[in-house]
Every structure is written in structure tokens, then in C-alpha cells.
Design a protein around this ligand. Structure first.
Ligand code: ADP
Ligand code: MG
Length: 573
């Protein structure tokens, strides 16, 4: 191991040389209060930035054990430190100047969610931050002096501001960690209380804009308030008693006039599968961990999914027991999205009529009279939703402003009015009773337990020199194909997409053997991550693993299911 003076000397020596000379700085350097690992040196100023780690021994960093004594706390502490470091970088006014990425210093800090990520590791021995830096250059000429400033001045300053407990606002650190612990605690309590979701009184649900996930700040924001009929309370380990709306298991329909906040409520519930940072407004909007947003997604690929519960007897005798399509329609794509979520293990479906295929959701009485059942391939969701709950314990929360037919099948009807929910179940049932059900239930067959699918090994084969790489939040390039994830709405962080790209390679290497079921394969990967940390899926274990954040199994499955190379065998065939 070298020390920081040697790094300084090396950088001075290569000043003015060709960019390739930077290769000589890879290695480990002892600084007064931390160790610097230069793991990867970029090959030119336009290449992806270089990867470094800084590690502070815990005896110097001084984080009390209680701040990372369980998974919830550790992930939240790592998240907090990552955000602090990102904030310090911002404050230092670091920005790339010179050629390419020259001068850049960054850490992967995420958005409103608190996710397990590789950017920071806290354990009993050390605190380690994983950063990216752009090595300074003018053209292809090393700017050694700027590099010395970056490594020997800026970096020690950033480390001393953020990775030592004594230097932090300890109240804030504790608040962050304890809130996340409360969120996980509440989420784990929901099934025992037979609830699908909880929305605390006082929550702020609307967001700043369609492209900003920050809370809407305006004097017209209406804070959430539970209808009295649905109000429940929880005693949390840190915050104590909280009250709010409990959405019971079963079928809950959210109605209300246009623009009264229906979709905003559902979106908050969708995101409630993740923890949120203090101040988000949705800190105590908590949904069972296995909730899946379902929507129509015409154009997506489908590989041998049994959609016969929703669609049978297609023209030209197309198979719907093992339905494949390179270009699915609205209804077939939404049916496949439901069946795949069930296959992966969901117990809560979230649907919004805004993004659903109308013909999959409903067929009203008049249409039933005109178009005979024999000529309609679709069994609409309205005729399956109770069966899914009664047979498989799969609940549904559904936004429908337009069809009162759903009153017949709902356990609860919540009406949004000026952004405030009311329980209108009794009134809705009364309407059904006086007007009568005006449509026939149309079920041609029983909804069968979902057939497991077994991915074949060739699916994950890469062409020679082919790469697997995430492109932002919504795309993964796998060799010559691209996986489109833009309609996978609970994928929230580009580093989750990075992780899914790594997981696709990892699955191909370790678990795809023509025998394991898709859902089991995903579980196996997640177990490895749980045991060994998120670094396990990176090809650079023991070094900077890249910017990864933990995806849920549903988003991993979503990527595999949309993958053009996927070939499966249905179990039992
Ligand atoms: P709907 O689905 O009922 O048509 P949306 O949920 O799309 O309505 O909400 C309509 C608009 O109202 C959006 O711009 C949203 O940001 C805003 N909004 C939603 N909830 C609130 C609230 N609690 N306070 C203030 N504005 C809100
Ligand atoms: Mg809406």
C-alpha cells in the first residue's frame, strides 16, 4: 500500500503526459483518516468516469452500532450518508471542467425513495463510499495539478465533512434511520391486520410535476384525511401512534369526478412499496411489499403466458393458453401483465382506468345484448376480480371514475372529492340494490392457478462481444436487443435498472438451467443479494461494483418478460 504523498508525487510526475499515463495511479493509498482505492482508471476523458472508493475505519468514523443494527436502519444510514456526500459535492461547487468528464466527482444518491444501493457500505469495521471521478485533462493531456487538488484536497475535505458521525447533525441521522425502521415495521404489520395499504393522515400525495417526484408545494395542497369508517391506528417503534386510512384486503374501488385526486392517491399507493425520505409527504403511505401496478402496454412482447382466464377463442384459433406475441394489443398486454404478476407472487393488483384497456376492464349490459358472448373472446376483469380474491387471496385496488358496474363486485367504494376521500360503500351498494345489476356475469371457465414457466438457457446467451447495459431508467440493451421498461411504473431508479441488467447476466450464468422456474430463479438471486449484499451481482466484486440499487422481484420479472430473446417452456409441457 502506498500513502497519499506517493499519489501526489505520481500525479506530479505524469502532469502533461498522455492520458494513458493515468493508468499508473490505480491502487490503494493510505490517507491520514481513510484509505483511497482507485479501482478503475478511465481510458480517455470521454470514457465513463473512473471508479474510486474511500474507506474510513469505524473506530474513527464512530457510528454507534444502534444506527445500523438491523437491515432497515443500515440501509437508511447508508442512504443518509450517500445524500450527505452528494450534498457536500454540490456545495463544494464541483462540476466538470476541461475535456470530457474532467473534474467530475459524483456519488449515486437516488431520488425520493430509500433503496438499498451500492453507493455506501456501513458495517462494524468501516464506512465505505463508492464514487466516480473524471480524471482531469486538457484534450488527451493529463492535468496533474488539478488531479492533485481533486485527490489530495477536495476528497479529504468531502470525507471529513460526511463520513464521521461527530461531524453530522446527529438528530437528523437518527430521524432518517428511525423513520425508515417505522416504515418497514408498518409494512410488515399490514398483512396481519388484513390491510393492503395505509395512508397516514396528514400525508401530502401530489407531486411537483409529471417529471418531478418531489412533493407539491403550494397553498392549495390538501393534506390527506381518512374517512372515519376506514380509520386505523398503528403503534410504531419510534414515532409512536399514527392514524390514517387502512385500505382493507379485498376489492377496493376508488371513484370520483375527474381531477379530484384519484390517480394521485393510487400512485402514492404504488410507491408505498418503497420507503421514502423525511419530508417526502408519502413517508407513511405504506403498501404491502408485493403490490404490482397493472396497465395496458400495447406493443410489448409476450412469451407463452396463459391468458386464457381473460381471453379465449381468438380469431384464427390463436392459442391463449400459451399466448405469445411480438406486438401485443391493449387487452392482451394487460392480461399478460396480470398473469405474470400472479406468477411472480403478487397479492395486490393496482389498476387505474386511465391506463387500462377498457375492453379488458368492462363489458356493459347493452354491449352484452348486442355482441353475443360467443363472439367476445374477453372475460373482463370485473368478472374475475372477486374470483382472484376468493380463490387466491389476491386483492385489487382500482380507480374507476366511469363505470358503476364495479359497485357490484367491490367490498369498499372510496370517493375522492376535492382530494378528500369518503367511504361511499353503503350508498354505492344501495344504488346497485335499487337499480339492479344491469349486466350478466360472463365466466366461461374457472380461473386456473398460473402455470409456472421455465426459461430456457439459450435465452440469456450473448452474441460474441455483446454487452448487457442499462440505458437510463427505462431501457436495457442486451446484445442486439433492447428491453423497454418505460411502462413498468414501479421501477423508480436508474440504478435499479443497472442492477437488473447485471441480474440478467447473473441469472444466465448461475440459475438458468432449463429446470428452474422463472419465479424461483428470481428468488435465488434475491437470496444471494440478501446474504452477500448487492455487490454479489456485480462483475467487479471486491472493487467499486458500479451504481446499483435493489429492484423488487416484480421489476426483475418485468424485464425478463419483455426480453425479446426469452424462450420458455410451460411447466408440464
Ligand atoms: P383524477 O385521477 O381524479 O382525475 P388526479 O389524481 O390526476 O385526478 O389529480 C388531478 C390534479 O390535482 C393533479 O394535478 C394533482 O397533482 C392535483 N392533486 C391531487 N391531489 C391533490 C391534493 N391532495 N392537493 C392538491 N392538489 C392535488
Ligand atoms: Mg386519473
Amino acid at each position: 500500500m502506498s500513502n497519499h504523498n506517493e499519489l501526489r508525487e505520481r500525479l506530479a510526475r505524469i502532469d502533461g503526459k498522455g492520458y494513458g499515463a493515468y493508468k499508473s495511479i490505480a491502487g490503494t493509498y493510505e490517507f491520514p483518516h481513510f484509505t483511497l482505492f482507485i479501482d478503475n482508471v478511465q481510458s480517455d476523458p470521454f470514457a465513463p468516469p473512473s471508479k474510486i472508493r474511500v474507506r474510513v475505519a469505524q473506530r474513527l468514523a464512530g457510528f454507534p452500532r444502534e444506527l445500523f443494527r438491523n437491515r432497515s436502519r443500515r440501509v437508511a444510514l447508508e442512504d443518509y450518508l450517500t445524500r450527505q456526500l452528494a450534498g457536500a459535492i454540490r456545495q463544494a461547487g464541483v462540476s466538470p471542467r476541461g475535456t470530457g468528464t474532467s473534474g467530475l466527482v459524483s456519488i449515486d444518491a437516488g431520488g425520493q425513495e430509500i433503496l438499498e444501493r451500492t453507493s455506501m457500505v456501513v458495517n462494524k469495521d468501516y464506512v465505505e463510499a463508492r464514487l466516480k471521478v473524471g480524471l482531469p485533462a486538457r484534450g488527451r493531456t493529463v492535468l496533474g495539478r488539478q488531479a492533485i487538488t481533486m485527490f489530495n484536497e477536495l476528497l479529504p475535505q468531502l470525507v471529513s465533512q460526511t463520513l464521521f458521525y461527530k461531524r453530522l447533525e446527529q438528530g437528523k441521522v437518527k430521524e432518517h434511520v428511525k423513520l425508515a425502521e417505522d416504515q418497514d415495521y408498518l409494512r410488515n404489520l399490514l398483512p396481519g391486520r388484513k390491510l393492503a395499504a395505509f395512508v397516514a393522515n396528514g400525508s401530502i400525495l401530489p407531486r411537483e410535476s409529471g417529471v418531478s417526484d418531489r412533493p407539491l408545494k403550494s397553498k392549495n395542497v390538501v393534506a390527506f384525511r381518512s374517512p372515519p369508517e376506514l380509520e386505523v391506528s398503528f403503534d410504531l417503534p419510534n414515532r409512536g401512534r399514527v392514524s390514517g386510512m387502512g385500505v382493507p384486503e379485498g376489492i377496493t374501488v376508488i371513484v370520483g369526478g375527474g381531477y379530484h385526486g384519484k390517480s394521485t392517491l393510487l400512485r402514492a399507493i404504488e410507491r408505498g412499496v418503497y420507503n421514502h425520505i423525511p419530508g417526502d409527504g408519502r413517508e407513511l403511505v405504506i403498501t404491502v411489499a408485493d403490490a404490482v401496478k397493472i396497465r395496458a402496454e400495447d406493443g410489448r412482447r409476450i412469451e407463452k403466458v396463459d391468458i386464457s382466464g381473460f381471453i379465449t377463442d381468438l380469431p384464427f384459433g390463436q392459442d391463449t393458453i400459451a399466448f405469445s406475441s411480438e406486438n401485443a394489443s391493449g387487452s392482451t398486454s394487460q392480461a399478460a401483465n396480470i398473469v405474470e404478476a400472479l406468477e411472480t407472487g403478487t397479492h395486490l393488483l393496482l389498476l387505474d382506468e386511465d391506463t387500462s384497456a377498457t375492453n379488458l376492464m368492462i363489458r356493459d349490459g347493452r354491449m352484452q345484448q348486442l355482441v353475443a358472448k360467443e363472439n367476445e373472446p374477453i372475460t373482463p376483469f370485473i368478472d374475475r376480480v372477486r374470483e382472484l380474491y376468493e380463490k387466491f387471496r389476491v386483492s385489487t385496488i382500482l380507480v374507476v371514475g366511469s363505470s358503476g358496474d364495479y359497485f357490484d363486485v367491490a367490498d369498499r367504494v372510496i370517493m375522492m372529492q376535492n382530494y378528500i376521500p369518503r367511504d361511499v360503500t353503503a350508498r354505492a351498494k344501495e344504488i346497485t340494490a335499487t337499480l339492479g345489476e344491469n349486466r350478466q356475469v360472463e365466466i366461461k371457465n374457472k380461473f386456473k392457478k398460473v402455470t409456472a414457466r421455465i426459461p430456457l438457457k439459450d435465452s440469456f446467451r450473448l452474441p460474441a462481444r455483446g454487452k448487457v447495459k442499462a440505458r437510463g431508467l427505462n431501457h436495457i440493451v442486451f446484445g442486439r436487443t433492447t428491453i423497454d421498461l418505460q411502462y413498468v411504473e414501479q421501477l423508480v431508479d436508474a440504478s435499479q435498472t443497472n442492477a437488473i441488467a447485471e441480474i440478467l447476466k447473473y441469472i444466465g450464468k448461475h440459475y438458468c438451467n432449463n429446470k428452474n422456474r422463472m419465479a424461483d430463479i428470481i428468488e435465488m438471486v434475491l437470496e444471494d443479494i440478501d446474504k452477500e449484499g448487492l455487490d454479489v451481482i456485480s462483475p467487479f466484486r471486491g472493487q467499486h461494483p458500479g451504481d446499483l440499487a435493489l429492484p423488487r422481484k416484480y421489476e426483475i420479472a418485468a424485464a425478463i418478460n419483455r426480453f425479446h430473446q426469452l424462450v420458455v417452456r410451460q411447466e408440464g409441457t
